[in-house]
Design a protein around this ligand. Sequence first.
Ligand code: ZN
Length: 502
Amino acid sequence: MPKFYITTSIPYVNAKPHIGHALEFVQADVIARHRKMRGEQVKMTTGGDENSLKIVLAAEKLGKSAAELCEENSGRFKELAEMIELDYDAFVRTSIDPGHKKVAQALWKACDGAGDIYKKKYGGLYCVGCELFYTENELDGGLCPEHKTKPEFVEEENYFFRLSKYQGRLLELIESDQVKIIPDFRKTEMLNFIKSGLSDFSISRSISRSHGWGLKVPGDESQIIYVWFDALGTYLTGVGFASDQKEFDKYWPADMHVVGKGILRFHAIYWIAMLMSAKIKLPKSILVHGYVTVDGQKMSKSIGNVVDPIELVKKYGAEPIRYYLMKEISTFQDGDFSETKLRDVINNELVGNLGNFVNRTFVFINSKLDGRLAETGLGEGALLMKEIHDLVDLADKLLEEGQLNFAILKILEISSMGNRYFQENEPWKLVKEGDNEAAREVLFVCANIARILGIMLYPFMPCASEELLAQIGEKPGPIGDAKKIAASFEISKPRLLFSKVE
Ligand SMILES: [Zn+2]
């Protein structure tokens, strides 16, 4: 059985999760579930990045300890993961996971052993929000390009990682897709960044600047491991590095890291170089998504438009939110969230198109055809079924490429085709005219289309998929099932898949 190891990024837990975190969770989950449908053995790691300075500063502002704040906010991320149906295997909390501490230190020692760590005095412009030193020309009018805040000048003696040594090899790995960056324009961005010249980067800070919070540098109690050098190791922790060799050998390297555009550099460059230095196999791909705006505006606490995905799921249910995030937000671009749009999508697409087609089909079979359909052959519907099978293949391919928004459009198209077929063939008239055989043939085609929808919806809306398939006595299964014609149907209790919202 082929394996597939996928990770979400490990968000800073200095604040509650927002809708952008939900987007990433759902993207990773859709990809993971699709791989399961292909018969792969999937493993997923997620977690909380807790050892950063910004956590300490956020906690101080709230009059709490960093540990308390991590407990609280990591709890919220975990709650979101569960509510939004993220099918993860490991949730690594970097400040308390005992396995993770071992990983961060082992990684450090391996890079040190390779001669890639050295100590030097350094001064630079530091953005706490990014946990990153910036050079003057990387700033945007003197401000951090991510946070629009003025970085502070920091000077101290730190450990450095010899990133510059890996410039040539990084270029080659990314250029040749040995580490594949998806989409292409992000790959180009990284290639340009590498070509502009890589400098060694600081991988520790003094214990006083980090307020004593974080993992200590092996053999130097006065220094704390820099947040990225620690946090990236989570991907190793999730599959047993330094603790369960068998598990690690089975699942590593990661097949895909799912990350936001703002942290691509850490993954495509720092992380890959660290692994090369430590002589650990390299991840195969990095899928990069954009940011979510709300009603056309950047989310910000000062505007007060930060959308809490937990509240949203409580109000609308997980699956409509998953559907919205996957369809309305282009996988690789920035996208917008609007509650008004969400309601439109629920009413028009989930209720009006998908739900309507499945329900009218099942209700018709149940009420007009005694709830049973035996194999009738597809008749005139054979051509339509061929087109739908082609759409199944296309959706499968798009899912493989990570083009999630296009994949879901194909599935919606199948539903529209089903609705059109039902409408045009007017089975209710056939029954009225006493031609039950003809009506059975039409419904046999429709029931098979509904079944295909049930199978194909699984990565996007696993509960709706289960609920739909349960009505015909089936369960979600391999993607190949979507191209087999079911011989018979028995429908005893048709139930609505989605409900309208006001
Ligand atoms: Zn910043």
